[in-house]
Write a protein that binds this ligand. Sequence first.
Ligand SMILES: Nc1ncnc2c1ncn2[C@@H]1O[C@H](COP(=O)(O)OP(=O)(O)OP(=O)(O)O)[C@@H](O)[C@H]1O
Ligand SMILES: [Mg+2]
Length: 251
Amino acid sequence: MDILSISGVGKRFGGLKALDNVNLNVRKGTVHAIIGPNGAGKSTLLNCLVGRITPDQGTVGFDGRSLLGRKPHEINQAGIARVFQTPEIFGELTVLENVMIPAFARTDGAFRINVWKRASDRHAVREEAEHILDDLNLWDQRDQVVNSMSRGDKRRLELAMCLVQHPKLLLLDEPTAGMSRADTNNTVELLQKIAERGISKVIIEHDMHVVFSLADTVSVMAQGTVIAEGTPAEIKANPKVQEAYLGGAHL
Ligand SMILES: Nc1ncnc2c1ncn2[C@@H]1O[C@H](COP(=O)(O)OP(=O)(O)OP(=O)(O)O)[C@@H](O)[C@H]1O
Ligand SMILES: [Mg+2]
C-alpha cells in the first residue's frame, strides 16, 4: 500500500519548468530515496508535499487524502514531518527545549491547552523528549544552547524534533549535507535505528553511500522529471542514470 502518491505534478517558475509530469509512489514503511543532479527539482518536489509550493498540475495523495490546497501546518498535523536542507531550529534555546516545542504543538488545540494546564502532561512530554534525545545520542547536550552546537549535531536535533511529532511520513532533504564522514556514518546508523519505528521516509541525498545503505527504492530526477526508478542495485546499473550524472556526482 502507498502512503504517498504523486501523479502528474508540474511546476513552473516563470520560463523554467522546475517540475514536469512527476510521478512517484512511496510504499508504506519503506525508505524511498530521490537522487539527481543539482537543480533537478528535488527540493521543489518536497516543497509541494509540505504545502510551501502549490503545483500547477497534478495530484498529491497522502494516506488516502489529497494534500493539495492544504496549509503547511495542516499537512504537518496530517502526519508529514520534514528535515530541511538547512536546519530550522531555535538557536537561542536549549536542545531539550527545541524538542519539547514540536511535541507540544503536535496535536489539536484542545490537547495543547491541557498540556499547558496540567503538570502531568507537561511531564509526559518532557519524558518523551528526553527519551528521543537519548535515542539520537543527544542526551549529554540536552541543556546546551543550540547555537553553540556543531552542524552535524544540529541536524540530529532536527531529526529529534521531527520524531517527537510521531509522523507517518518523514521527509529528509540532504540530511548529511556538510557533514564529516564520521558524522555521516553516525547519521546513517541513526536513520537505520529509527527505521525500526516503521515511519515511511523520503530522503533526498547526494551521498550515494547513504542512499545505497538506506533506500528500499530509488527515484532519479533530472530536469524536473523522474527518469528512472528501481532498487539501489537496479539504479546503479542503469545507463540512463549514469548519463544524467555525467560531469556531476558519481554513482
Ligand atoms: N522559488 C523559486 N523561484 C524560481 N526558481 C526556483 C525556485 N525554487 C527553485 N527554483 C529553480 O528550480 C530548479 C529546481 O530547483 P530545486 O531546488 O528543486 O533543485 P534540487 O534538485 O533540489 O537541487 P539541489 O540538489 O541543488 O538542492 C532550479 O533551476 C532552481 O533554480
Ligand atoms: Mg535541493
